[in-house]
Structures are given as C-alpha cells and as structure tokens.
Write a protein that binds this ligand. Sequence first.
Ligand code: FE2
Ligand code: FE2
Length: 325
Amino acid sequence: MEPTRDDAWTLLTEFNQKEALRKHALAVEAVMRYIARKSGENEEKWGIVGLIHDLDFEQFPDEHCQKTGEILRERGWPEEIVRAAVSHGWGICSDVKPESEMEKVLFAVDELTGLVAATALVRPTKSIMDVKPKSVKKKWKQKQFAAGVNREIIEQGADMLGVDLTDLITDTIEGMKQVADQIGLAGGSRISRSAATTPERLKAAVRDVVRQYLADEEAERLEELDTVFDDLWETLSESADQYLEEREEGAPVGLGFDLGVAGAALVGTACWVALTLLRAAFKDSVKRDIVPRLDALEKKLAARTGRPRLVRKIRARVQGILESV
Ligand SMILES: [Fe+2]
Ligand SMILES: [Fe+2]
C-alpha cells in the first residue's frame, strides 16, 4: 500500500489523544515538508514520516519506536516509511541508524521543534512568527531552558546532514510557521496581544521623546535606538522567564508588578542611551552618567520587589548591553 496523508492522520489520531503529541507530530510534519520542498524531495512522503514518527508514544512509552515498527508493519505500511520512523530514536530507543536524507532530517529536527516551540512560548506574543534563529541559539546555551530537549542529538543530526546548525534552526522555524495555527503558536490570544503591543508602545514612546532632541540629519539614529531597545527588551523577557521559573519555587512578588517597574525603568534607560549615543564619547558617559543611574535604579527595584539577586542580575545584563553599544 502507498499510504496517503489522510491515512497517516487517521492512524495518528487513533493512537494519540493527547493534544500536545498531535501538535508535535504536526510540527515535525511541517518541517519535513518544508525541507523536502526546498531540496526537491518527495514532500508527501517526508510529511507522512514526520506525522507518524511518534505513533506509539502515548500508549507504549516504554516500547517507543519498537511498537511503531510493529503497528506499521501489521498494517502493511511500506518498509521505507517504517524504517524512517523507527530510526528517529537511534541510540535511544532503536538501533536503526538514520541513513537516507529523509531519515537524517527527521533525526535532526525532531528535538529541535521542541526547542523552537519553547522559544516561541516565552516571546511576549507567544507566536512562532516572531522567533528568530538568534533567539533559539540563545536559548540553546541556557541548559536549564527546555531542559528535556537533547541538544546533543540535534548537533549529531546536523553533523550527519553536514548542515550548519543555524541553517537547520532557520528551516525548522520556517517549517513550523506554515502550521502556526494548528500547533498553537500563532499568538493572538487577548493576553498575548496586549503583551505584544507593550514593547511596541514603549518603543514608540521612547522614539517620541528622543525625536525632540534630534536634528533632521540625525534622524536615522532612531534606528540605532530601536536595536538598543530590542536588546533591552529581550533581556527583560528572559528575566521574566527566569522569574516565572523561580516563582514556582515560592517567590513572593507578582510578575505584573515586576514587569511594570522594569518596563518603566527600561524606557528611562533607553531614552538615556539614545541621548548619550548622540554624544561622541559614549564609553565615558556610560561610566559617568549611566552607572550612577543604574545604581539608583537597582536599589529602588531591589527594595520594591524584595528580589535583590534577581535585580542585580538584570542590572548587570542591561549594563553589559549599554557598554557594548
Ligand atoms: Fe520519539
Ligand atoms: Fe518526536
């Protein structure tokens, strides 16, 4: 038999009721399709393999991969697809080594879709549309972030394929974008929409303030300012992440409060940076003007949040960014 996409979906949903597992299957399918299309391979076949690779996971987690092989063979699925599905667990739950291009891509992107999804979920928008390869690489280095994602496997997969990790991340993001809605990463809930407008509103406010000080010929500096602002915002989002994690261990202060205070502090800091950028001796003015300001801000935030260590960390990162401008 030559299974169709419909056959694959019917089989997947017969064995998997959990929403998360179905979304994972759809994400891997989309990435397989994207890469197949890009490299002129059989998109349908690659997609089907992506869709059913974890077929047995909900019902037979202890026999993962083995059971998938059994089920597919029982139902007369072609050996090429069976082999590919089983090989994704090479070295963990199967001894079938990925050999074809399709198998290697599946092996490499399976775990990576998890890291990309986790990265999307901590963006203010909770949308895959905003995820840049750079953000995923940052998260890659934070071992405690999405700790279940095995980075070594992904690296091994990229090596097998002989592709650059950044390219693989880029393709994975692009593939997942195609099914953003189905995998719940399109953003757009009421809460995430309002969160999404926050950085844009802050940025606009900063631009307004700074524009007053700029001569016409300096107006292009506003773009520089946006970059600084984006870096600051990313630092803030990461701190908020970490804050949420710590909060689960019983930290006392509300996230909204922290974000509000930190957001206001950011606008102030960003304005200050922008004005300072206009002066020639920026490095000097970091020491002269910004450090005392950050000292004061740190004291105030530490007192109000009762989280001196966290505040010190945020401050150090903000100062690091300013010093590297
Ligand atoms: Fe798996
Ligand atoms: Fe998987």
